[in-house]
Ligand binder design. Sequence first.
Ligand SMILES: Cc1cc2nc3c(=O)[nH]c(=O)nc-3n(C[C@H](O)[C@H](O)[C@H](O)COP(=O)(O)OP(=O)(O)OC[C@H]3O[C@@H](n4cnc5c(N)ncnc54)[C@H](O)[C@@H]3O)c2cc1C
Length: 395
Amino acid sequence: MTDAAELQERTRALLAAHPPATTDRLDFLRARFDAGLAWVHYPAGLGGLDAPRSLQAVVDAELAAAGAPDNDPRRIGIGLGMAAPTLLAYGSDEVKSRFLRPLWTGEEVWCQLFSEPGAGSDLAALGTRAVRDEAGGDWIVDGQKVWTSSAHTARWAILIARTDPGQPKHRGITYFVCDMTDPGVEVRPLRQITGEAEFNEVFLTGVRIPDAHRLGEVGDGWRVAQTTLMNERVSIGGARIPREGGMIGKAAAVWRDRPDLRTHALHRRLLGLWVEAEVARLTGERLRQQLVAGQPGPEGSAMKLGFARLNQAISGLEVELLADEGLLYGDWTMVRPDLVDFTGRDAGYRYLRSKGNSIEGGTSEVLLNIVAERVLGLPPEPRNDKDVPWKDLAR
Ligand SMILES: Cc1cc2nc3c(=O)[nH]c(=O)nc-3n(C[C@H](O)[C@H](O)[C@H](O)COP(=O)(O)OP(=O)(O)OC[C@H]3O[C@@H](n4cnc5c(N)ncnc54)[C@H](O)[C@@H]3O)c2cc1C
């Protein structure tokens, strides 16, 4: 078993062989992956060393102290947080070796083709079809996806599609890796409340996917998708941040830097939110330490619920603190950003962007249902459509 001392030694060896000051950024990231120091809990040969996940902090601290470059989760968050654990759990050896390295280094951006105009919270209702071509080889995909973050920068997508409409909705779905450069993929921007178009609608027309790019068994895509969705909640709500990092850091900075804006009532609220943010941060740290690669439990849903509520409360307080200035908004120019950054830009942006936090990755209402049923063991919601063939469901 790899321990902290060994990881420290390996990290120092990496730094000695590839000094950050004189090594190209991408070359450094590739060398870090090959040394097993990318995500230490991943298997050897796939960027890791089969080490406990908690020891990643040892590597990260050494690298940060040496000023080493890192990948940017704001640009490749879907790949890192959602595609990678699913590829690891369900990909063939070829798939894992082909995709994980460029995913981690950021050479290839990933997006998530799950939601559809008629299937969001009820994702299992999705209608995008995948049909095997006559020769029984490639899959041909037709349908429409929506709210696809980063589709405009993505090289690859994780995609779920219906392969058997005669089965009940959860059972006829299959999971694929989709090539975003296929001529049948059309990506159109969707502008959101912030003014920018971080997400898109994606039209799939005769998109060809080799069977080798299927993850899991035919018809078992719902189970595979659970790995993605559970990881998504941890990745949105449970990112590692320093004390007073994230949204609370922005509000606290306004409080410190602008004594002219302070009031007693706002002070009390800020302190309350500061404590809640710190509790959430430490809970996230504990959750990450419990995680085995690829298998977070429903506790991640509770984490993401709290994250969304706190982000909205803190960004709201920041706007209030700034009074009239809080109503100013930097820039409504339509852009298609290549970063997703909840805490970026100005207070107005943070306030508006945080509205999406209680929708993306599962709405807060749906996550409350998950916590009620799978954490607290309360009776499930009535689901009277789960045994009806998908083709017979009312739409
Ligand atoms: C910023 C952002 C980025 C996104 N990025 C992606 C992406 O990259 N890829 C992707 O596939 N999707 C993405 N999504 C889509 C997101 O997953 C869906 O919006 C979400 O799952 C909700 O689906 P919906 O929009 O169809 O709303 P609906 O499912 O129609 O929900 C409407 C309302 O009904 C409530 N509701 C629905 N069902 C229940 C229930 N059973 N109990 C109680 N209340 C319920 C919901 O909480 C919500 O308030 C993104 C969304 C946002 C906001």
